[in-house]
Design a protein. Structure first.
Length: 359
């Protein structure tokens, strides 16, 4: 869960008290964005950094991570500039292990390298705290609401999607997939068989992407915290399975992709027909179980997707999903060796820009 002073201070808060509360109660570490400009910030140098070092003294595992953007601690002049800005705490701060932007490294590449390193270290620290037994790691993933900060790991993708148009920002898919892959590798390294409880507020295509990146071959055991009426339940990815009825197949006049719909409740109906016509589909395959599904039915429906069969036939494929997040996650988790699939977003009235998974 990230906290940024300029964005997350509550209106009307006393600034110094709010920063202290954030550092001592609401954050798991501090990242210092080291530029020549920040060296001139009285508040950062005399309030934020000393408070973080104070917490570090009380809690030696509290990470303080200097990121040297246009400063180099290996250069004497830059070290002295940091010491001059921080005063008597300068040496304590410079003793914290950080990262230095490489000479030829773009800002975007540096951001990504920092995120990789920080996430790996966070997972490693989490594993040290909970052990590798039966503990479950709770993971929040948000694109449509703010994370609560009460989970072991939080992914906040609100800035990567337009919530009304359901369109992703340029490069968002790659960044999200990269974050999921980095977390997967960190979890695999830290735990022998990671057990994860996912708390999602995502469009269904992104929920499918989560399952695909953390699919069954990755040794991650997934469960989804799912709203059921006015309460919540935990839907396990493993367990008894009830298979759905055979899919309904309709051959169409065009020569385009196959459109596969996987749904529960009332089904997709005319929306799927319109989409198939829009993309010039050759076939419409409908896989449906009506009503609200019990866990075994939901798992069976998710695993019955024919993506691999379509891929083996060399047919381009589009997937439409209607149901709870768990259905999309588990369908993604089952989609091993299924090739590229396009999953369009629903903007409330029609299907729009597809998310491409497996490319």
């Amino acid at each position: 869960m990230a906290w940024k002073d300029t964005d997350d201070l509550r209106v009307g808060d006393r600034t110094r008290e709010a920063i202290r509360r954030a550092i001592f109660q609401e954050t798991g570490g501090l990242i210092w964005w080291g530029t020549r400009l920040v060296l001139g910030s009285w508040f950062v140098n005399t309030v934020e950094i000393p408070m973080a070092l104070e917490r570090r003294e009380a809690e030696p595992l509290y990470p303080i991570v200097p990121l040297f953007v246009d400063l180099d601690p290996g250069k004497r002049a830059d070290r002295e500039a940091v010491r001059a800005a921080l005063g008597e705490r300068g040496d304590d701060f410079l003793d914290c292990n950080g990262l230095v932007r490489r000479r030829s490294e773009s800002g975007r590449a540096f951001h990504r390298r920092v995120a990789h390193r920080y996430l790996r270290d966070a997972v490693k620290a989490l594993a040290a705290g909970v052990g590798d037994g039966a503990a479950t790691v709770t993971v929040a993933m948000r694109a449509l609401s703010e994370p609560s900060g009460q989970h072991d790991l939080s992914f906040d993708w609100r800035m990567r999607i337009d919530p009304e148009a359901r369109s992703l920002a340029p490069g968002a898919r790659e960044l999200i997939a990269d974050a999921l892959a980095t977390a997967r590798e960190a979890l695999q390294a830290a735990f022998s068989a990671p057990s994860l409880l996912l708390d999602l507020d995502l469009p269904l295509p992104l929920a499918f992407l989560v399952g695909y990146e953390w699919r069954v071959t990755a040794r991650l055991r997934l469960a989804v915290r799912q709203r059921t009426g006015i309460s919540f339940s935990e839907i396990e990815g493993d367990g008894e399975v009830v298979n759905p009825p055979e899919p309904v197949r309709e051959s169409l006049a065009a020569n385009g992709p196959a459109v596969l719909t996987v749904s529960c409740r009332d089904g997709l109906g005319e929306a799927a027909v319109r989409y198939a016509a829009d993309v010039g589909a050759r076939e419409l395959i409908t896989l449906h179980m009506p009503g609200l599904l019990a866990e075994p039915e939901l798992r069976g429906l998710a695993r019955a997707c024919e993506l691999r069969n379509l891929n083996n036939r060399g047919i381009d494929k589009h997937l439409l999903v209607l149901g709870p997040s768990a259905l999309a996650v588990f369908a993604g988790a089952a989609a091993n060796a299924s090739g590229t699939v396009r999953i369009p977003f629903w903007d409330g009235s029609r299907y729009v820009e597809p998310l491409i998974v497996g490319a």
